[in-house]
Design a protein around this ligand. Structure first.
Ligand code: CP
Length: 300
């Protein structure tokens, strides 16, 4: 058995032979016996959907994964985000997906990292692949965005999903409204405010959001029942929605807080379709950035 355990096991000639082989790989990347493209998923915040659907998308495209777990990496020894990403790039990652708690963490990376970075969520900032999957779900339902009335309801201020979606949906021609506690809205959001009772009758899409407790500086005073009654979507309110309107939620869901348990898998709900679409849009995003970076991929 040829293990690689200590340098003492290697004779001088074996060392020179191995160095020669390594130099051949360095000099002739196009002659690797197996042409591979590597993806690395760097998640510094918890995730179920984004992390796993990126992994599924990467595997569907035939990418190889370079595994990274923040808790067992040298981040624990104080390595910076920049040095971690630069390390993955040096090792051979062709594309990197990052979720990080710091808003706009990517500003310090974008001009110095030469492989594509895909943002899997930055603090309260942005979540572009969630937007893409939401857009695909709305397009599948209505065939267009123009004049579709989308109400984004809940903890708008702390939601990167709301921020990404408000901008892009308006640009694509949808009418975007917000609902929920006004103290979780800024001046830019307030002109779009509609009370929940009106929102449910107006909306083609009710996009419900989780309360982002982890991003609140001050603890919420109202309990979950009070919140559900005032701002949540319950069965009574849902019964007043338009015939063809749908319920969306990026998840994770707090059942019976922002959304009644009975509505999560109801006929109006597209929540699990959103998750399924997450794999397809992430495949498309990976393909797009890799093709821009590497050239046409079909020929590979
Ligand atoms: N919607 C979303 O981003 O879910 P995760 O936090 O589980 O990835």
């Amino acid at each position: 058995m040829s293990h690689v355990l200590t340098m003492e096991d290697w004779g001088k000639q074996e060392i020179h032979d191995l160095l020669h082989k390594a130099q051949c790989f360095a000099d002739n990347p196009e002659k690797y016996p197996f042409q591979r493209l590597y993806a690395a998923n760097l998640f510094f915040e918890p995730s179920t959907r984004t992390k796993i659907s990126f992994e599924a998308a990467e595997r569907n495209l035939g990418l190889d994964l370079l595994h990274f777990e923040a808790d067992t990496s040298s981040v624990k020894k104080g390595e910076s985000l920049y040095d971690t990403v630069k390390t993955l790039e040096s090792i051979g990652a062709d594309v990197i997906v990052i979720r990080h708690g710091k808003e706009r963490y990517f500003d310090e990376l974008r001009d110095h990292i030469h492989i594509p970075i895909i943002n899997g969520g930055d603090g309260c900032g942005h979540h572009p692949t969630q937007s893409f999957l939401d857009l695909l779900t709305i397009k599948q339902e209505f065939g267009m965005f123009e004049n579709i009335k989308v109400v984004i309801a809940g903890d708008i201020f702390h939601s990167r999903v709301a921020r990404s979606n408000m901008e892009v949906l308006e640009r694509l021609g949808a009418d975007v409204y917000v609902s929920g506690p006004k103290e979780w809205m800024n001046e830019e959001m307030l002109p779009r405010y509609v009370p929940m009772d009106e929102a449910v009758e107006l909306a083609d899409v009710m996009m419900m959001l989780r309360i982002q407790h982890e991003r609140h500086a001050v603890k919420m005073v109202a309990g979950p029942e009070k919140y559900h009654e005032r701002y949540g979507l319950n069965e009574e309110k849902a019964s007043r929605m338009k015939k063809n309107s749908i319920i969306m939620h990026p998840a994770p869901i707090n059942r019976n807080v922002e959304l009644a348990d009975a509505l999560v898998e109801s006929p109006r709900s597209r929540i699990f379709k959103q998750m399924k679409n997450g794999v397809f849009v992430r495949m498309a995003v990976l393909w797009d950035v890799l093709e821009k970076y590497k050239g046409p991929l079909w020929k590979r």
